[in-house]
Design a protein around this ligand. Sequence first.
Ligand code: PGA
Length: 270
Amino acid sequence: MRKILTKYNNNHTYNFKYKMRKNIVAGNWKMNTTLPEGLKLAEEVNAAVAAAKPKCDVIICVPFTHLAPIAACIDQDVLGLGAENCADHASGAYTGEVSAPMVASTGATYVILGHSERRQYYGETSAILREKLGLALANGLTPIFCIGEVLEERENGTYNDVVKKQIEEALFDLSAEDFSKIILAYEPVWAIGTGKTATPDQAEDMHAHIRATIAAKYGNEVADNTSILYGGSCKPSNAAELFAKPDIDGGLIGGASLKCADFMGIVNAF
Ligand code: PGA
């Protein structure tokens, strides 16, 4: 635990307290690695995390095909395992889809939902994501729920409203108890895979805005306990500066999670 200063934009008060929420670094492998490559990387990361004893939880989110074999070869007390998506139905005639109960049955315990690539390329709306969230939670999976604005919204100054709307639409009919089970990931779309990172101040401003939005709905305690990760070209060279910000509780890492040394460079930034 470290002492932090929390500033709530909604009531402009300052709150000194000890940080109870978890620091987390999660890899998002996306559509990369064959099964043998993925197994090798997972084993390598598992060994590196076990040796490093990091000051954060470490998770890898991997393609569906890799979940069960990786679950069998890593120690999930050391390295958490998650899927990158799940279906918006529990079972049935949905050819090619993979459901939350199927993901849970592999031994994985996390699932990324609402990644901008899913929203952009596969038409995932807040209504669809709300279904996925309900199924993930009902099956004991911890959602890593992604939000973030596109470049145009950053440039025209609507980014705070856009992100607030994404949270309100998909999450705000959850009970406080269910909301408390979710990890959030702020990923400005213009920073994903582009090499362009939000500055630590830009990211911190948004994270504080997200926390204030949660506080206004669920109260300060729920807001304080929600881990909010930053994602978008996070790498060993910029992670420490980002993670030093009071409202940034870790990272969701794409490209840099595909090389064990780079991923560990980020994990060890805490
Ligand atoms: P990136 O991706 O680290 O490659 O920018 C992050 C993500 O999309 O989760």
